[in-house]
Design a protein around this ligand. Sequence first.
Ligand SMILES: CC(=O)N[C@H]1[C@@H](OP(=O)(O)OP(=O)(O)OC[C@H]2O[C@@H](n3ccc(=O)[nH]c3=O)[C@H](O)[C@@H]2O)O[C@H](CO)[C@@H](O)[C@@H]1O
Ligand SMILES: C=C(OP(=O)(O)O)C(=O)O
Length: 418
Amino acid sequence: MDELHITGGNRLDGAVPISGAKNAALPQIAAALLSPHPLELTNLPKVSDVENMLRIISQYGAELRQDAAGTTIHAAQLTPGEVDYETVRKMRASILVLAPLLSRFGAARVSLPGGCAIGARPVDMHLKVLTALGTTISVEGGYIVASTNGGLKGARIVLSGPSVGATETALMAACCAKGETEILNAAREPEVVDLVACLTAMGAEIEGAGTHRLLVKGETNWRPASHHAIPDRVEAGTYAAAAMITGGRIELVNARMEHMASVLQVLESMGATVWPGDRGVVVNGSERIKHADITTEPYPGFPTDLQAQFMAMACLADGASVIRETIFENRFMHVPELGRLGADIALNGAVALVRGKPFLKGAPVMATDLRASVCLVLAALAAEGETVIKRVYHLDRGYEQLDRKLSQCGANIRRVSR
Ligand SMILES: CC(=O)N[C@H]1[C@@H](OP(=O)(O)OP(=O)(O)OC[C@H]2O[C@@H](n3ccc(=O)[nH]c3=O)[C@H](O)[C@@H]2O)O[C@H](CO)[C@@H](O)[C@@H]1O
Ligand SMILES: C=C(OP(=O)(O)O)C(=O)O
């Protein structure tokens, strides 16, 4: 199992190419199963979640062709099968193949994911969406067993909250349904908008992307398509935090300022200077980090996927910061590990009170999930001495060449295979 060895204290300076967004790529790979025509996806990040998703769809007979330009998925002929517990447990986004399988076969069997490190993460909203569109669903032996009687039918769907995944399930299913579907309280995340762009290129007719009301025409006339995934706003926000926590300067090449408004606003309130560069966004850290008041919210609010990274910065801020996590009930797994580096954090339910310290000190720590792991990397970059981070496979789920990108900006970071 790989470890990261980081010696802190170096000021980072350089340019980081921001990869395609993992959370845009995963639903787009699932969407390729909807159509019998080829879908070329470019800008897929080279991360293990994307590899896993490609493996899953190839298990159903989708043909993959990878070349320098991108990955072409051709789901001309599919073979039915189930998505097992081990697969869904390791990568929850695999639930996104449920709607495409259902639309292609009229039936599907996908394992329930169970809880995970950051919360219970039920899939009830995905199931309600599919039920509204005419699916009969039961849970048998831990598996979702779904079937349609005569195909999916368009409907008016009111989501009980703007779930990203449930909106994506609704969009994919509605594209195949007979008649129009209206999705209310839809998620507005850029990754949802990018799925709409991908589905539209594939032939779908969808209105309202980026709003809470989506209108899907249904019975899509599929055609061959090509789509370029948006840059990863969470990866960009992570490197912005790396610039800030080391008092350095990083150009986030490809990053889109319009996807990062709330993040950049908080970053500026903490003392960073941010401006649009020729190739993306430039973030200049300051000598001192100011304390912050952060509440995670659905887009366009501050993303939960950057909460841990900003907490690492708050650990070194002047004064006390308040961080409220409103999306996932257990997304503070990094708190005890930050404590091992000397951070002063008091947790009270969904609220963390982070009292800034003048310095952190390196220690052995354990990665527990994707963003918690990268928060430890950030803290280690600023800490005195060496930090060893174990269970780096969590990081590899969503960060392409993290150690290489950081060392090119001057970080003292080494990957050690044990
Ligand atoms: C692959 C992917 O895109 N992952 C992202 C996606 O996850 P994901 O799509 O799983 O997140 P959701 O937006 O669905 O979750 C939001 C909230 O709704 C709850 N919920 C969701 C579905 C459901 O059926 N029932 C239910 O109760 C969740 O437990 C959570 O509390 O959006 C999250 C919120 O921006 C991000 O942190 C994840 O990185
Ligand atoms: C929580 C995340 O991913 P997933 O939904 O795939 O677990 C994430 O990207 O931070």
